[in-house]
Design a protein around this ligand. Structure first.
Ligand SMILES: Nc1ncnc2c1ncn2[C@@H]1O[C@H](COP(=O)(O)OP(=O)(O)O)[C@@H](O)[C@H]1O
Ligand SMILES: O=C(O)C1=C[C@@H](OP(=O)(O)O)[C@@H](O)[C@H](O)C1
Ligand SMILES: [Mg+2]
Length: 195
């Protein structure tokens, strides 16, 4: 009898899941990059839990992010965000989408680097602007010239986001395409690590 077993063909999602192991996958990047939307879909594809740190902050504080900024200020928000991220990243695997400022905060960045594989959704100004100007839920953009504010944030933050383990270019393609590129980046990263 022929004893040779067929090689199991693995889907991209399976390969990415294997490569991720017990680590968390953490989405970072500027407002409008797609962290919340693409993070959720990536978790679905991987078959692991998803959590958005802003939603978790809103759940535990019973306030919206906007109200937290208005009532307690950004510094208090960052302290709460760091505590929430520390707890969310303690065990894995899960997908964690962060708010745009999380990785910029030193304490949060430490928890993120320790707790997971980071993927930066890198987008250009016009892509971000087209997405964020449709909603007014982002307190940092309630300025006289929000597009200029976004550009200033890009300049200040992109060198720090660039420390991410993986970078995927966020642009106007189907969300499913973005998810595939994220999965491929995880699988390829694992390959690159092997001797
Ligand atoms: N690839 C994409 N193509 C079109 N729209 C997108 C894409 N990725 C995200 N979006 C949309 O852009 C908006 C901002 O995305 P969101 O996930 O909230 O960004 P973030 O959490 O990074 O601020 C949402 O309305 C989302 O559905
Ligand atoms: O960039 C930032 O500092 C922020 C981004 C927001 O999240 P998204 O990046 O998901 O919009 C939210 O955490 C808060 O408004 C502050
Ligand atoms: Mg978000």
């Amino acid at each position: 009898m022929n004893d040779v077993t067929e090689p199991v063909s693995e889907t991209l999602a399976e390969r990415a899941k294997l490569a991720l192991g017990r680590r968390n996958l953490v989405f970072i990047g500027l407002m409008g990059a797609g962290k919340s939307a693409i993070g959720r879909l990536t978790a679905q594809a991987l078959g692991i839990p998803f959590v958005d740190s802003d939603h978790e902050i809103e759940r535990v504080s019973r306030m919206t992010v906007s109200d937290l900024f208005a009532t307690y200020g950004e510094e208090e928000f960052r302290a709460l965000e760091a505590r929430v991220l520390k707890r969310l990243l303690r065990s894995g695997p899960r997908v964690v989408s962060t708010g745009g400022g999380a990785y910029i905060n030193e304490r949060s960045r430490r928890h993120i680097k320790k707790g997971g594989l980071t993927v930066w959704l890198n987008a250009d100004l016009n892509v971000l602007w087209e997405r964020v100007n449709k909603r007014d839920t982002r307190p940092l953009l309630k300025t006289e010239n929000p597009k200029q504010t976004l550009e200033n944030l890009m300049r200040a933050r992109y060198p720090i986001y660039a420390e991410a383990d993986l970078t995927v270019l966020s642009r106007d393609v189907k969300k499913e395409t973005m998810v595939e590129e994220v999965l491929a980046a995880i699988a390829d990263h694992q390959k690159a690590q092997k001797p």
